[in-house]
Design a protein around this ligand. Structure first.
Ligand SMILES: Cc1ncc(COP(=O)(O)OP(=O)(O)O)c(N)n1
Ligand SMILES: Cc1nc(C(=O)O)sc1CCOP(=O)(O)O
Ligand SMILES: [Mg+2]
Length: 198
């Protein structure tokens, strides 16, 4: 499958409502530590917004809710995979993106027949502490050679300038969080990203 090349990740439906009118067509809702009801409300709103704009919504972690709410795509990390019911996810018709950080994780991800593979952190990230500091852009080239037609998503410390390098190195999709959410003018930054991805 072909995915849009710019993939912002947000922690609320409000952020998604802001990004979609600018032209974002692939977006992840990544919410941590919220009660079930609040999560349900946010995911349902994000789903409706994305439907309205013809955008792809990827729900991070909360695959059961995504399934129950009729969403089309989930993102799971390696620890999420330990607890996920992949046959149920597939039976519900959900697409699946999987995080990878080393060869063993990539082997495991490929065995799940993912709809994209993410490699990170390509550059250092300030979003969360990670065991891996910086994979380096060259690793994207090796990952792409391994995964062939499966879309490869670069994540971790990306900016529009770095996204150009990541895409040139073999990534099909460039994801970002803090470059947008901590930017003093997020809308202008999203427009810059969309130009790089065009
Ligand atoms: C596109 C993309 N890549 C990687 C991740 C990280 O997933 P995970 O390792 O499960 O960590 P959390 O995001 O759940 O903290 C992602 N969410 N999206
Ligand atoms: C959520 C996440 N997962 C990563 C991975 O490597 O799996 S890096 C990352 C954080 C990305 O945020 P930023 O664009 O602000 O660096
Ligand atoms: Mg996760």
């Amino acid at each position: 499958m072909t995915l849009p090349r710019f993939y912002p990740i947000f922690d609320s439906a409000d952020w998604i409502a802001r990004a979609l009118p600018l032209g974002v067509r692939l977006v992840q809702l990544r919410i941590k530590d919220r009660p079930h009801d609040a999560l349900q409300t946010e995911i349902a709103r994000a789903r409706d917004l994305c439907r309205h704009y013809g955008a792809i919504l990827v729900v991070n972690d909360h695959w059961r809710l995504a399934m129950d709410l009729g969403c089309g795509f989930v993102h799971l990390g390696q620890e999420d995979l330990d607890h996920a019911d992949l046959p149920a996810i597939r039976a519900a018709g959900l697409r699946l993106g999987i995080s990878t950080h080393d060869e063993a994780e990539l082997d495991r991800a490929l065995a799940c027949r993912p709809d994209y593979v993410a490699l990170g952190p390509v550059w250092p990230t300030i979003l969360k502490p990670m065991k891996w500091h910086q994979q380096g852009v060259e690793k994207l080239t090796g990952w792409k050679a391994r995964i062939g037609d499966i879309p490869l998503c670069a994540i971790g410390g990306l900016t529009p300038e770095r996204a150009r390098l990541a895409l040139a190195a073999g990534a099909d999709v460039a994801a970002a969080v803090t470059d947008i959410t901590l930017n003093p003018d997020p809308s202008a930054r999203i427009r810059e990203w969309l130009e790089v991805a065009a």
